[in-house]
Design a protein around this ligand. Sequence first.
Ligand code: BES
Ligand code: ZN
Length: 454
Amino acid sequence: MRAVLEYLEAHQQQFIEELKAYVRFPTVSAQSRHREDMLRCAQWLVEQLRHLGLQTQLHETAGHPIVLGSTPRRKGRRHFLVYGHYDVQPPEPLELWQTPPFDPSVRGGVLYGRGASDNKGQHWAHVKALEAYLRTGTELPCDLTFLIEGEEEVGGPSLETFLKRHRTRLRCDAVVVSDTGLPGRDLPALTYSLRGLAAFELELIGPNRDLHSGIFGGSVHNPAVVLCQLLGRVHDARGRITIPGFYDDVQPLSRKERQRLRRLPFSERSYRRLVGVSALFGEAGYTPNEQRMARPTFEINGLTSGYQGEGSKTIIPSSAAAKVTMRLVPNQQPQKILQRVEAFLEKHCPRSVRMNFRPGHGCSPYWLDPDHPDAQAALRALRRAFDREPLLLREGGSIPIVNRFKEVLGAETLLLGLALPDDNAHAPNEKFDLEVFARGQHMSAWLWQELATR
Ligand code: BES
Ligand code: ZN
Protein backbone atom coordinates (compact mmCIF):
# COMPACT_ATOMS: atom_id res chain seq x y z
CA MET A 1 0.00 0.00 0.00
CA ARG A 2 2.93 2.32 0.51
CA ALA A 3 3.53 2.68 -3.20
CA VAL A 4 -0.15 3.42 -3.80
CA LEU A 5 -0.34 6.10 -1.14
CA GLU A 6 2.93 7.68 -2.28
CA TYR A 7 1.70 7.73 -5.86
CA LEU A 8 -1.43 9.57 -4.73
CA GLU A 9 0.62 12.12 -2.77
CA ALA A 10 2.93 12.75 -5.71
CA HIS A 11 0.16 13.31 -8.26
CA GLN A 12 -2.30 15.65 -6.54
CA GLN A 13 -1.51 18.53 -8.88
CA GLN A 14 -2.12 16.38 -11.94
CA PHE A 15 -5.40 15.05 -10.49
CA ILE A 16 -6.63 18.59 -9.85
CA GLU A 17 -5.83 19.61 -13.44
CA GLU A 18 -7.76 16.58 -14.72
CA LEU A 19 -10.70 17.38 -12.50
CA LYS A 20 -10.70 20.92 -13.86
CA ALA A 21 -10.81 19.53 -17.40
CA TYR A 22 -13.73 17.34 -16.36
CA VAL A 23 -15.64 20.25 -14.78
CA ARG A 24 -15.12 22.32 -17.95
CA PHE A 25 -17.70 20.18 -19.78
CA PRO A 26 -21.06 21.92 -19.26
CA THR A 27 -22.94 18.69 -18.67
CA VAL A 28 -26.36 20.04 -17.73
CA SER A 29 -28.63 17.06 -18.30
CA ALA A 30 -31.80 19.11 -17.89
CA GLN A 31 -31.02 21.46 -20.80
CA SER A 32 -31.33 20.02 -24.30
CA ARG A 33 -28.82 22.48 -25.75
CA HIS A 34 -26.09 20.62 -23.84
CA ARG A 35 -26.78 17.28 -25.50
CA GLU A 36 -23.56 17.42 -27.51
CA ASP A 37 -21.57 18.43 -24.40
CA MET A 38 -22.93 15.39 -22.59
CA LEU A 39 -21.69 13.12 -25.36
CA ARG A 40 -18.28 14.82 -25.55
CA CYS A 41 -17.84 14.47 -21.80
CA ALA A 42 -18.81 10.79 -21.88
CA GLN A 43 -16.27 10.25 -24.67
CA TRP A 44 -13.61 12.05 -22.63
CA LEU A 45 -14.40 9.77 -19.67
CA VAL A 46 -14.09 6.68 -21.83
CA GLU A 47 -10.69 7.92 -23.02
CA GLN A 48 -9.53 8.51 -19.45
CA LEU A 49 -10.60 5.06 -18.29
CA ARG A 50 -9.18 3.35 -21.37
CA HIS A 51 -5.88 5.12 -20.82
CA LEU A 52 -5.73 3.48 -17.38
CA GLY A 53 -6.05 0.09 -19.07
CA LEU A 54 -9.70 -0.56 -18.26
CA GLN A 55 -12.03 -2.29 -20.64
CA THR A 56 -14.39 0.56 -21.51
CA GLN A 57 -17.67 1.12 -23.30
CA LEU A 58 -19.85 4.07 -24.11
CA HIS A 59 -23.50 3.04 -24.21
CA GLU A 60 -25.92 5.26 -26.08
CA THR A 61 -29.35 5.48 -24.48
CA ALA A 62 -32.60 7.26 -25.28
CA GLY A 63 -31.25 10.01 -23.04
CA HIS A 64 -27.59 10.61 -22.23
CA PRO A 65 -24.80 8.04 -22.65
CA ILE A 66 -23.65 5.68 -19.88
CA VAL A 67 -19.93 5.00 -19.41
CA LEU A 68 -18.58 1.64 -18.21
CA GLY A 69 -15.00 0.76 -17.39
CA SER A 70 -13.84 -2.51 -15.81
CA THR A 71 -10.73 -4.22 -14.62
CA PRO A 72 -10.48 -7.84 -15.85
CA ARG A 73 -12.71 -10.28 -13.97
CA ARG A 74 -10.76 -12.87 -11.99
CA LYS A 75 -12.20 -16.01 -10.46
CA GLY A 76 -12.63 -15.93 -6.71
CA ARG A 77 -12.27 -12.14 -6.47
CA ARG A 78 -15.02 -9.98 -5.11
CA HIS A 79 -16.42 -7.53 -7.63
CA PHE A 80 -17.53 -3.99 -6.80
CA LEU A 81 -19.39 -1.42 -8.81
CA VAL A 82 -18.38 2.21 -8.38
CA TYR A 83 -21.25 4.48 -9.38
CA GLY A 84 -21.11 8.19 -10.19
CA HIS A 85 -22.80 10.76 -12.42
CA TYR A 86 -21.22 13.19 -14.85
CA ASP A 87 -24.34 15.30 -15.28
CA VAL A 88 -24.84 18.43 -13.21
CA GLN A 89 -27.68 20.71 -12.15
CA PRO A 90 -28.31 23.91 -14.13
CA PRO A 91 -25.87 26.64 -13.03
CA GLU A 92 -28.43 29.48 -13.09
CA PRO A 93 -28.58 32.18 -11.72
CA LEU A 94 -25.25 32.91 -13.40
CA GLU A 95 -24.82 36.41 -11.97
CA LEU A 96 -24.37 34.95 -8.49
CA TRP A 97 -21.21 33.03 -9.43
CA GLN A 98 -17.89 34.64 -8.45
CA THR A 99 -16.19 32.80 -11.32
CA PRO A 100 -18.05 31.18 -14.23
CA PRO A 101 -19.52 27.75 -13.38
CA PHE A 102 -17.73 25.94 -16.21
CA ASP A 103 -14.43 27.78 -15.94
CA PRO A 104 -13.14 25.99 -12.82
CA SER A 105 -10.65 27.76 -10.60
CA VAL A 106 -8.77 26.91 -7.41
CA ARG A 107 -8.91 29.41 -4.55
CA GLY A 108 -7.77 28.65 -1.01
CA GLY A 109 -7.51 24.87 -1.38
CA VAL A 110 -10.95 24.64 -2.94
CA LEU A 111 -11.99 23.97 -6.52
CA TYR A 112 -14.94 26.07 -7.68
CA GLY A 113 -17.21 24.98 -10.51
CA ARG A 114 -20.57 23.38 -11.23
CA GLY A 115 -20.26 19.64 -10.66
CA ALA A 116 -16.94 19.89 -8.78
CA SER A 117 -18.57 18.33 -5.70
CA ASP A 118 -21.82 16.90 -7.11
CA ASN A 119 -20.54 14.64 -8.47
CA LYS A 120 -17.42 14.81 -10.66
CA GLY A 121 -14.83 15.34 -7.91
CA GLN A 122 -16.28 12.60 -5.73
CA HIS A 123 -16.06 9.75 -8.21
CA TRP A 124 -12.82 11.13 -9.68
CA ALA A 125 -11.23 10.30 -6.29
CA HIS A 126 -12.11 6.63 -6.92
CA VAL A 127 -10.76 6.72 -10.46
CA LYS A 128 -7.45 8.13 -9.19
CA ALA A 129 -7.15 5.54 -6.41
CA LEU A 130 -7.48 2.81 -9.02
CA GLU A 131 -4.88 4.59 -11.16
CA ALA A 132 -2.47 4.46 -8.22
CA TYR A 133 -2.87 0.68 -8.00
CA LEU A 134 -2.45 0.16 -11.71
CA ARG A 135 0.47 2.55 -12.24
CA THR A 136 2.48 1.21 -9.29
CA GLY A 137 1.88 -2.42 -10.24
CA THR A 138 0.20 -3.03 -6.88
CA GLU A 139 -2.12 -5.99 -6.91
CA LEU A 140 -5.74 -4.87 -6.83
CA PRO A 141 -7.40 -7.20 -4.32
CA CYS A 142 -10.84 -7.08 -5.97
CA ASP A 143 -12.34 -6.46 -9.40
CA LEU A 144 -13.90 -3.08 -10.13
CA THR A 145 -16.39 -1.71 -12.60
CA PHE A 146 -17.01 2.01 -12.95
CA LEU A 147 -20.55 2.94 -13.96
CA ILE A 148 -20.90 6.64 -14.68
CA GLU A 149 -24.22 7.96 -15.91
CA GLY A 150 -25.56 11.27 -17.22
CA GLU A 151 -29.15 11.46 -15.99
CA GLU A 152 -28.96 11.36 -12.21
CA GLU A 153 -29.98 14.99 -11.76
CA VAL A 154 -33.10 14.55 -13.88
CA GLY A 155 -34.19 11.25 -12.38
CA GLY A 156 -33.71 9.77 -15.86
CA PRO A 157 -34.96 6.30 -16.70
CA SER A 158 -32.04 5.08 -18.86
CA LEU A 159 -29.90 3.62 -16.11
CA GLU A 160 -32.62 1.34 -14.78
CA THR A 161 -33.19 -0.15 -18.22
CA PHE A 162 -29.42 -0.48 -18.58
CA LEU A 163 -29.10 -2.32 -15.24
CA LYS A 164 -31.76 -4.81 -16.27
CA ARG A 165 -30.22 -5.41 -19.68
CA HIS A 166 -26.67 -5.83 -18.36
CA ARG A 167 -27.41 -7.44 -15.02
CA THR A 168 -25.00 -10.32 -15.68
CA ARG A 169 -22.01 -8.13 -16.43
CA LEU A 170 -22.90 -5.81 -13.56
CA ARG A 171 -23.49 -8.52 -10.96
CA CYS A 172 -21.39 -7.50 -7.96
CA ASP A 173 -20.85 -7.95 -4.23
CA ALA A 174 -21.72 -4.35 -3.42
CA VAL A 175 -21.95 -0.90 -4.97
CA VAL A 176 -19.78 2.00 -3.80
CA VAL A 177 -21.19 5.49 -4.20
CA SER A 178 -19.59 8.77 -3.19
CA ASP A 179 -22.46 11.19 -3.79
CA THR A 180 -23.48 12.17 -0.28
CA GLY A 181 -21.92 14.34 2.41
CA LEU A 182 -19.60 14.37 5.38
CA PRO A 183 -20.23 16.80 8.24
CA GLY A 184 -16.71 18.28 8.22
CA ARG A 185 -13.23 18.00 6.71
CA ASP A 186 -12.13 15.72 9.58
CA LEU A 187 -15.50 14.09 10.13
CA PRO A 188 -15.66 11.14 7.75
CA ALA A 189 -18.99 9.36 7.56
CA LEU A 190 -20.74 6.32 6.21
CA THR A 191 -24.32 7.07 5.21
CA TYR A 192 -26.60 4.15 5.97
CA SER A 193 -29.92 5.67 4.96
CA LEU A 194 -31.29 7.96 2.26
CA ARG A 195 -34.73 9.42 2.00
CA GLY A 196 -36.98 8.47 -0.90
CA LEU A 197 -38.99 10.84 -3.04
CA ALA A 198 -42.47 11.22 -4.52
CA ALA A 199 -43.23 14.06 -6.90
CA PHE A 200 -46.50 15.44 -8.26
CA GLU A 201 -47.95 18.50 -9.89
CA LEU A 202 -51.27 19.95 -8.96
CA GLU A 203 -53.27 22.22 -11.22
CA LEU A 204 -56.51 23.94 -10.31
CA ILE A 205 -58.58 25.24 -13.16
CA GLY A 206 -61.15 27.95 -12.58
CA PRO A 207 -62.80 30.32 -15.08
CA ASN A 208 -62.21 29.80 -18.80
CA ARG A 209 -59.90 32.89 -18.95
CA ASP A 210 -58.46 35.45 -16.58
CA LEU A 211 -61.40 37.55 -15.34
CA HIS A 212 -61.70 41.20 -14.33
CA SER A 213 -61.62 40.92 -10.55
CA GLY A 214 -63.91 43.93 -10.15
CA ILE A 215 -66.61 42.68 -12.47
CA PHE A 216 -66.51 39.03 -11.40
CA GLY A 217 -64.61 39.01 -8.11
CA GLY A 218 -66.62 37.72 -5.16
CA SER A 219 -68.80 35.44 -7.24
CA VAL A 220 -66.21 33.16 -8.90
CA HIS A 221 -63.80 31.08 -6.86
CA ASN A 222 -60.19 32.22 -7.33
CA PRO A 223 -58.04 29.12 -8.09
CA ALA A 224 -54.95 30.77 -6.57
CA VAL A 225 -56.82 31.21 -3.29
CA VAL A 226 -58.11 27.63 -3.41
CA LEU A 227 -54.58 26.37 -4.07
CA CYS A 228 -53.27 28.26 -1.03
CA GLN A 229 -56.07 26.88 1.13
CA LEU A 230 -55.61 23.33 -0.08
CA LEU A 231 -51.84 23.35 0.38
CA GLY A 232 -52.25 25.21 3.66
CA ARG A 233 -54.18 22.23 5.05
CA VAL A 234 -51.30 19.84 4.53
CA HIS A 235 -49.32 20.90 7.63
CA ASP A 236 -50.62 21.65 11.08
CA ALA A 237 -49.12 24.36 13.28
CA ARG A 238 -46.70 21.85 14.79
CA GLY A 239 -45.25 20.93 11.42
CA ARG A 240 -46.98 17.57 11.15
CA ILE A 241 -48.48 16.43 7.87
CA THR A 242 -52.24 16.01 8.23
CA ILE A 243 -52.87 13.73 5.24
CA PRO A 244 -54.58 10.60 6.62
CA GLY A 245 -52.29 7.60 6.47
CA PHE A 246 -49.21 9.63 5.55
CA TYR A 247 -47.21 8.31 8.52
CA ASP A 248 -48.67 4.78 8.49
CA ASP A 249 -45.56 3.03 7.18
CA VAL A 250 -42.97 5.24 8.86
CA GLN A 251 -40.55 3.17 10.89
CA PRO A 252 -40.32 4.93 14.27
CA LEU A 253 -36.85 6.07 15.30
CA SER A 254 -35.33 3.65 17.76
CA ARG A 255 -33.72 4.90 20.97
CA LYS A 256 -30.35 3.75 19.70
CA GLU A 257 -30.74 5.67 16.48
CA ARG A 258 -31.88 8.85 18.18
CA GLN A 259 -28.82 8.61 20.38
CA ARG A 260 -26.62 8.14 17.35
CA LEU A 261 -28.09 11.16 15.60
CA ARG A 262 -27.80 13.24 18.75
CA ARG A 263 -24.07 12.54 18.86
CA LEU A 264 -23.55 14.10 15.41
CA PRO A 265 -21.82 17.45 15.62
CA PHE A 266 -24.51 20.12 15.26
CA SER A 267 -24.83 23.72 16.28
CA GLU A 268 -28.22 25.29 15.73
CA ARG A 269 -26.65 28.71 15.47
CA SER A 270 -24.20 27.86 12.71
CA TYR A 271 -26.87 25.83 10.94
CA ARG A 272 -29.17 28.86 10.98
CA ARG A 273 -26.34 30.99 9.69
CA LEU A 274 -25.51 28.50 6.94
CA VAL A 275 -29.03 28.71 5.54
CA GLY A 276 -29.60 32.35 6.46
CA VAL A 277 -32.80 32.16 8.49
CA SER A 278 -33.48 33.68 11.90
CA ALA A 279 -35.41 30.70 13.24
CA LEU A 280 -35.69 27.05 12.28
CA PHE A 281 -39.01 25.31 11.83
CA GLY A 282 -39.83 21.62 11.71
CA GLU A 283 -42.01 18.84 13.02
CA ALA A 284 -42.44 19.20 16.77
CA GLY A 285 -40.81 16.55 18.92
CA TYR A 286 -37.81 16.00 16.67
CA THR A 287 -34.38 17.62 16.53
CA PRO A 288 -33.32 19.41 13.33
CA ASN A 289 -31.09 16.47 12.37
CA GLU A 290 -33.95 14.02 12.88
CA GLN A 291 -36.28 16.27 10.91
CA ARG A 292 -34.01 16.48 7.88
CA MET A 293 -32.53 12.97 7.95
CA ALA A 294 -35.15 10.66 9.33
CA ARG A 295 -38.61 12.23 9.01
CA PRO A 296 -40.76 12.57 5.91
CA THR A 297 -41.61 15.98 4.45
CA PHE A 298 -44.00 17.65 2.03
CA GLU A 299 -42.36 20.54 0.16
CA ILE A 300 -43.76 22.98 -2.36
CA ASN A 301 -40.99 23.45 -4.93
CA GLY A 302 -42.83 25.85 -7.19
CA LEU A 303 -46.05 27.84 -7.24
CA THR A 304 -47.54 29.62 -10.24
CA SER A 305 -50.67 31.56 -10.90
CA GLY A 306 -51.79 34.84 -12.36
CA TYR A 307 -49.76 37.86 -13.22
CA GLN A 308 -46.04 37.85 -12.34
CA GLY A 309 -44.87 40.87 -14.35
CA GLU A 310 -44.09 44.43 -13.35
CA GLY A 311 -46.75 46.49 -11.61
CA SER A 312 -50.21 45.32 -10.59
CA LYS A 313 -53.08 43.68 -12.40
CA THR A 314 -56.61 43.11 -11.18
CA ILE A 315 -57.67 39.64 -12.23
CA ILE A 316 -58.98 36.33 -11.07
CA PRO A 317 -56.45 33.99 -12.69
CA SER A 318 -57.97 31.19 -14.70
CA SER A 319 -55.67 28.60 -13.11
CA ALA A 320 -53.10 27.97 -10.41
CA ALA A 321 -50.47 25.26 -10.15
CA ALA A 322 -47.94 23.85 -7.74
CA LYS A 323 -44.98 21.50 -8.04
CA VAL A 324 -44.54 19.35 -4.96
CA THR A 325 -42.07 16.71 -3.81
CA MET A 326 -42.24 14.67 -0.66
CA ARG A 327 -39.23 13.09 0.99
CA LEU A 328 -39.98 9.62 2.29
CA VAL A 329 -38.39 7.48 4.97
CA PRO A 330 -38.34 3.70 5.49
CA ASN A 331 -40.84 2.02 4.86
CA GLN A 332 -42.95 4.55 2.98
CA GLN A 333 -43.59 3.75 -0.68
CA PRO A 334 -44.01 6.49 -3.29
CA GLN A 335 -47.04 4.93 -5.04
CA LYS A 336 -49.01 4.48 -1.86
CA ILE A 337 -48.19 7.98 -0.60
CA LEU A 338 -49.21 9.56 -3.90
CA GLN A 339 -52.59 7.79 -3.69
CA ARG A 340 -53.17 9.09 -0.18
CA VAL A 341 -52.23 12.63 -1.17
CA GLU A 342 -54.50 12.57 -4.21
CA ALA A 343 -57.42 11.30 -2.13
CA PHE A 344 -56.83 14.05 0.44
CA LEU A 345 -56.71 16.79 -2.19
CA GLU A 346 -59.78 15.41 -4.00
CA LYS A 347 -61.71 15.39 -0.76
CA HIS A 348 -60.91 18.98 0.13
CA CYS A 349 -61.00 20.56 -3.32
CA PRO A 350 -64.26 22.52 -3.78
CA ARG A 351 -66.37 21.82 -6.85
CA SER A 352 -65.97 25.46 -7.92
CA VAL A 353 -62.60 24.58 -9.48
CA ARG A 354 -61.38 21.55 -11.43
CA MET A 355 -58.41 19.63 -10.10
CA ASN A 356 -55.68 17.96 -12.16
CA PHE A 357 -53.34 15.75 -10.18
CA ARG A 358 -50.29 14.53 -12.10
CA PRO A 359 -48.05 12.04 -10.28
CA GLY A 360 -44.35 12.40 -11.14
CA HIS A 361 -41.16 10.47 -10.50
CA GLY A 362 -40.46 8.72 -7.24
CA CYS A 363 -38.06 6.45 -5.46
CA SER A 364 -38.09 4.39 -2.30
CA PRO A 365 -36.01 5.28 0.74
CA TYR A 366 -32.82 3.30 1.35
CA TRP A 367 -31.58 1.68 4.52
CA LEU A 368 -28.50 -0.46 5.14
CA ASP A 369 -27.74 -2.14 8.45
CA PRO A 370 -24.55 -0.46 9.73
CA ASP A 371 -23.51 -3.84 11.15
CA HIS A 372 -23.37 -5.33 7.66
CA PRO A 373 -19.81 -6.68 7.20
CA ASP A 374 -19.21 -4.52 4.12
CA ALA A 375 -20.37 -1.41 6.00
CA GLN A 376 -17.91 -2.31 8.74
CA ALA A 377 -15.14 -2.72 6.14
CA ALA A 378 -16.00 0.71 4.72
CA LEU A 379 -15.79 2.21 8.21
CA ARG A 380 -12.30 0.77 8.59
CA ALA A 381 -11.23 2.34 5.29
CA LEU A 382 -12.58 5.72 6.42
CA ARG A 383 -10.77 5.37 9.73
CA ARG A 384 -7.47 4.73 7.96
CA ALA A 385 -7.79 7.55 5.44
CA PHE A 386 -9.04 10.26 7.79
CA ASP A 387 -7.32 9.05 10.94
CA ARG A 388 -10.57 9.70 12.79
CA GLU A 389 -13.48 7.67 14.07
CA PRO A 390 -16.07 7.80 11.27
CA LEU A 391 -19.68 8.79 11.92
CA LEU A 392 -22.80 6.93 10.91
CA LEU A 393 -25.10 9.26 9.03
CA ARG A 394 -28.58 9.30 7.63
CA GLU A 395 -29.00 11.72 4.75
CA GLY A 396 -32.08 13.58 3.67
CA GLY A 397 -31.26 13.55 -0.04
CA SER A 398 -32.13 10.82 -2.52
CA ILE A 399 -30.20 8.76 -5.05
CA PRO A 400 -32.95 6.94 -6.91
CA ILE A 401 -30.77 4.25 -8.47
CA VAL A 402 -29.55 2.94 -5.12
CA ASN A 403 -32.74 0.94 -4.58
CA ARG A 404 -32.55 -0.40 -8.11
CA PHE A 405 -29.08 -1.75 -7.37
CA LYS A 406 -30.68 -3.77 -4.63
CA GLU A 407 -33.75 -4.86 -6.60
CA VAL A 408 -32.06 -5.58 -9.94
CA LEU A 409 -28.54 -6.62 -8.91
CA GLY A 410 -29.25 -7.78 -5.36
CA ALA A 411 -26.43 -5.56 -4.12
CA GLU A 412 -26.27 -3.20 -1.15
CA THR A 413 -24.74 0.24 -1.57
CA LEU A 414 -21.97 1.74 0.55
CA LEU A 415 -22.48 5.51 0.63
CA LEU A 416 -19.15 7.20 1.30
CA GLY A 417 -19.79 10.86 0.65
CA LEU A 418 -17.16 13.52 0.13
CA ALA A 419 -19.32 16.66 -0.07
CA LEU A 420 -19.10 19.23 2.73
CA PRO A 421 -22.33 20.84 3.96
CA ASP A 422 -21.27 24.19 2.50
CA ASP A 423 -20.16 22.83 -0.88
CA ASN A 424 -23.16 24.59 -2.48
CA ALA A 425 -24.47 21.56 -4.30
CA HIS A 426 -27.19 22.65 -6.78
CA ALA A 427 -26.42 26.30 -5.85
CA PRO A 428 -24.18 29.09 -7.18
CA ASN A 429 -20.45 28.84 -6.33
CA GLU A 430 -20.40 25.08 -5.97
CA LYS A 431 -17.02 23.98 -4.64
CA PHE A 432 -15.04 20.89 -3.74
CA ASP A 433 -12.49 20.77 -0.95
CA LEU A 434 -9.15 19.53 -2.28
CA GLU A 435 -8.07 18.09 1.05
CA VAL A 436 -11.24 16.00 1.14
CA PHE A 437 -10.49 15.05 -2.48
CA ALA A 438 -7.06 13.71 -1.43
CA ARG A 439 -8.45 11.89 1.60
CA GLY A 440 -11.19 10.44 -0.57
CA GLN A 441 -8.54 8.91 -2.81
CA HIS A 442 -6.87 7.32 0.23
CA MET A 443 -10.22 6.08 1.47
CA SER A 444 -10.89 4.46 -1.90
CA ALA A 445 -7.42 2.88 -1.97
CA TRP A 446 -7.96 1.35 1.49
CA LEU A 447 -11.52 0.35 0.72
CA TRP A 448 -10.49 -2.32 -1.79
CA GLN A 449 -8.14 -3.85 0.78
CA GLU A 450 -10.78 -3.86 3.50
CA LEU A 451 -13.59 -5.12 1.28
CA ALA A 452 -11.48 -7.90 -0.20
CA THR A 453 -10.57 -9.35 3.17
CA ARG A 454 -13.58 -8.38 5.29
N1 BES B 1 -25.93 13.90 -4.53
C1 BES B 1 -27.33 14.17 -4.48
C2 BES B 1 -28.07 13.38 -3.44
C3 BES B 1 -27.69 13.67 -2.02
C4 BES B 1 -27.26 14.90 -1.62
C5 BES B 1 -27.80 12.67 -1.11
C6 BES B 1 -26.93 15.12 -0.30
C7 BES B 1 -27.49 12.89 0.19
C8 BES B 1 -27.04 14.12 0.60
C9 BES B 1 -27.97 13.88 -5.82
O1 BES B 1 -27.19 14.33 -6.89
C10 BES B 1 -29.30 14.62 -5.87
O2 BES B 1 -29.32 15.80 -5.82
N2 BES B 1 -30.40 13.86 -5.97
C11 BES B 1 -31.72 14.39 -6.14
C12 BES B 1 -32.57 13.28 -6.66
C13 BES B 1 -33.79 13.72 -7.46
C14 BES B 1 -33.44 14.62 -8.62
C15 BES B 1 -34.54 12.49 -7.96
C16 BES B 1 -32.30 14.91 -4.82
O3 BES B 1 -32.04 14.35 -3.75
O4 BES B 1 -33.03 15.90 -4.89
ZN1 ZN C 1 -27.32 16.52 -7.08
